[in-house]
Design a protein around this ligand. Structure first.
Ligand code: ADP
Ligand code: ZN
Ligand code: ZN
Length: 676
């Protein structure tokens, strides 16, 4: 019988280069490889340099003559092989998002494992801590029912949507599921949208499971720590992995549970490079590994809600609900609208809101004034000639940042000094229009000179360290009034906070993007959830010109199911997702004509036919039509069937590659786009 291992002299390697095939190399002379080596990293010569790749296949022959192939420089066996499930996940990601396989595979590895320098083979053991595990509370009836429903489900793949109002104890449900998973000898993967959420959650996880070797994976970790934690996951030393979207790819040999917290959050969608949805990949991964997945949110995405409730969704997910807050005394906050046509705001603040803040100050409680716009004012303008502060590289205004004495573009980062007079007509009377967090902070300081006011936005709390310092001050009672953007809305508990005032939410009601209402509702519910988490009841005041709008009505009643049902009805009628499937082709070039010309050619190169029943829209400039000196256009493709759309895209992408591009034109395809 022939020895097969000797016949396999070709190594197929995935490399981080933007082409859609693998690269063939020869087995190095001094080494013998078998299929048992698939999943090891290798160093190979590529052009003038050495690159790290991954062995994907071994083959007996190549399309190229053997003599033309270069040998692999070295096989890196410093880590366990990447498991088969990891290959299936990255292959699915590359196929579904139409991205080059090698780029997908390599981009999911920590930086240290992608460079040819030999890795240091140091594995952190699960921390053995002398501390006793924190006691778990007695479950509420609803938590109990949810956990029972999950336990009763058959083994194998099961997807649950856990819908629970803020403070209803979703996290406690996750902790119990993790506990069961640990007891079964399996690993748990917990995905969260933002790093700012993790300090409290991290602390809760380590307190409850001190011996589980919790490993965090997020972009603010240094390369070394990230590499260490990633290895601990791969070797099985870490039993719980807490991470942001990229962590969906971490290889886990004994995975038993995936939790996606705040599953509706748009940060699960990667917005550049390979535009994947970590939530959707997590569902694929759970199905592929025959395990349990729980998606949790107070305001689920409408896609997930349809999957859990709608007949069209086919009952893909089972719905679990928590409708009461977990701590008995903690009631849901009382939400009221303030009609700003009657109670006209001065400096952005209505009478009713000022009175409510005054009451909190008197009772030594905290208030939060929420405005989702940082800076001092969105634009500086001249009343004499109509000049406005405009970014010359983007189709956008420069935002006035008085705290830093500059005008700043929020799209490309361009900065300019604040002019003393109008650059066009010389008028000295130029003024700020509209309001951002800095201006509200200023107005509050005037109204409440003795109050301690703290602003929390990306300018004041951009890094995790800054944010943790601010959060600690807030928790320590060092602030009376918080002014903040959505950073403050997410996931953090501030027990003394009993009032939330929402300034100017109205513009999102009439935005061109049909997902804007969904986002506004989620944001309002989330920020409302900040009020009254402990024993003190909370109050939420919404300043609006449209107090009778159905969206606000649903917010006042805190009735997500009613809101979702109405939105899904609208979407079904209009033929929007989740009742249709979309992909967006985007192009950017120095001239808009070039971008649109490419998109037109792209549309023409494939005509819809029986096999490809897709609808093309017209190529159009994007809403932000110019960014960082590049003009941007987009072309939407749609189909009522995901499979048809996918089949079409596969065929289309291969044709797009053949279109001759003007210099400096770049394009990308986004499947299931979220922003328009
Ligand atoms: P969510 O994740 O839904 O916002 P959490 O799990 O963070 O809610 O719970 C909110 C608060 O209620 C936390 O302070 C938590 O410690 C507490 N809590 C959760 N479940 C229980 C329970 N069964 N008994 C008592 N307190 C609980
Ligand atoms: Zn002027
Ligand atoms: Zn700009």
């Amino acid at each position: 019988m022939p020895d097969h291992t000797l016949l396999l002299q070709i190594v197929r390697v995935a490399l981080d280069v933007p082409v859609r095939h693998l690269f063939d190399y020869r087995v190095p002379d001094h080494d013998q490889l078998s299929t048992a080596d698939i999943g090891y990293r290798v160093c190979v010569p590529f052009g003038q340099r050495q690159m790290v790749g991954i062995i994907v296949e071994l083959a007996a022959a190549s399309e190229l003559p053997l003599a033309q192939l270069k040998p692999v420089t070295v096989v890196l066996r410093d880590l366990p092989r990447l498991p088969a499930a990891w290959f299936r996940l990255t292959e699915f990601c590359a196929a579904y998002y139409h991205a080059p396989l090698g780029q997908v595979m390599l981009s999911t590895l920590p930086a240290g494992l992608r460079s040819p320098a030999p890795a240091k083979a140091r594995v952190r053991r699960g921390k053995v801590s002398a501390a006793l595990a924190q006691q778990s509370p007695i479950l509420t009836i609803e938590q109990e029912a949810s956990l029972r429903a999950v336990a009763e489900g058959a083994g194998g793949f099961r997807a649950y949507l856990l819908h629970g109002v803020t403070g209803s104890g979703k996290t406690e449900v996750y902790l119990r599921l993790i506990e069961r998973t640990l007891a079964a000898g399996q690993q748990s993967l917990l995905l969260v949208p933002e790093i700012n959420l993790t300090p409290q959650l991290e602390a809760r996880l380590t307190a409850r499971f001190p011996d589980a070797g919790l490993a965090s994976l997020h972009s603010e970790l240094g390369d070394a720590a990230r590499g260490r934690n990633w290895r601990a996951a791969l070797t099985g030393a870490a039993r719980i992995i807490l991470g942001t979207r990229l962590a969906v790819f971490v290889p886990l040999p004994q995975l038993g549970l995936i939790v996606v917290d705040e599953e509706h959050d748009s940060s699960f969608k990667q917005q550049d490079g390979i535009r994947y949805s970590a939530r959707d990949l997590a569902v694929f991964r759970a199905r592929d590994s025959h395990i349990l997945i729980v998606l949790g949110s107070a305001t689920p995405s409408l896609e997930s809600w349809a999957n859990a409730t709608d007949n069209a969704g086919g009952g893909r997910y089972r719905l679990l609900s928590l409708q009461q807050r977990a701590v008995e005394a903690a009631r849901l906050p009382l939400v009221r609208t303030i009609d700003t046509r009657v109670d006209k705001p001065v400096d952005g603040l209505s009478r009713a809101l000022l009175v409510a803040i005054e009451e909190r100050l008197a009772r030594a409680e905290q208030s939060l004034v929420f405005l989702n716009r940082r800076g001092y004012a969105p634009v500086l303008a001249c009343s004499a000639c109509g000049w406005t502060s405009h970014c010359h590289r983007c189709a956008a205004n420069l935002v006035l940042h008085l705290a830093d004495h500059c005008l700043r573009c929020h799209h490309c980062g361009f900065e300019a000094r604040v002019p003393k007079y109008c650059p066009t007509c010389g008028n000295q009377d130029i003024s700020a229009f509209g309001r951002g967090t800095q201006r509200i902070e200023e107005a509050l300081t005037e109204h409440f000179p003795r109050a301690r006011i703290l602003r929390v936005d990306r300018d004041s709390a951009g890094s995790r360290r800054q944010w943790e310092a601010l959060a600690a001050r807030i928790e320590g009672g060092e602030a009376d009034i918080l002014v903040g953007t959505q950073m403050l809305a997410k996931g953090h508990d501030f027990p003394k906070l009993t009032l939330v005032g929402v300034i100017a939410p109205d513009s999102a009601l009439f935005a061109a993007d049909w997902r804007a209402p969904e986002r506004l509702f989620a944001q309002l519910m989330q920020v409302a959830g900040r009020a009254g988490r402990a024993e003190r009841p909370g109050e939420v005041l919404l300043q609006t010109q449209f107090p009778d709008h159905p969206l606000y009505d649903a917010v006042v009643r805190q009735d997500y199911p009613a809101f979702a049902a109405a939105q899904l009805r609208d979407r079904q009628q209009a033929g929007f997702p989740p009742y249709t499937y979309q992909a967006m082709l985007r192009a950017e070039a120095p001239r808009m004509a070039d971008a649109l010309c490419f998109l037109t050619a792209a549309r023409a190169c494939s005509s819809p036919n029986e096999e490809h029943r897709v609808t093309f829209y017209d190529p159009v400039p994007m809403r932000l039509s110019r960014r960082a000196s590049l003009e941007r256009g987009q072309l939407l493709v749609e189909s009522s069937s995901r499979r048809t759309l996918q089949r079409f895209l596969r065929h289309w992408v291969s044709q797009l590659a053949a279109i001759k591009l003007p210099s400096r034109l770049r394009w990308h395809l986004e499947v299931d786009p979220l922003e328009f």
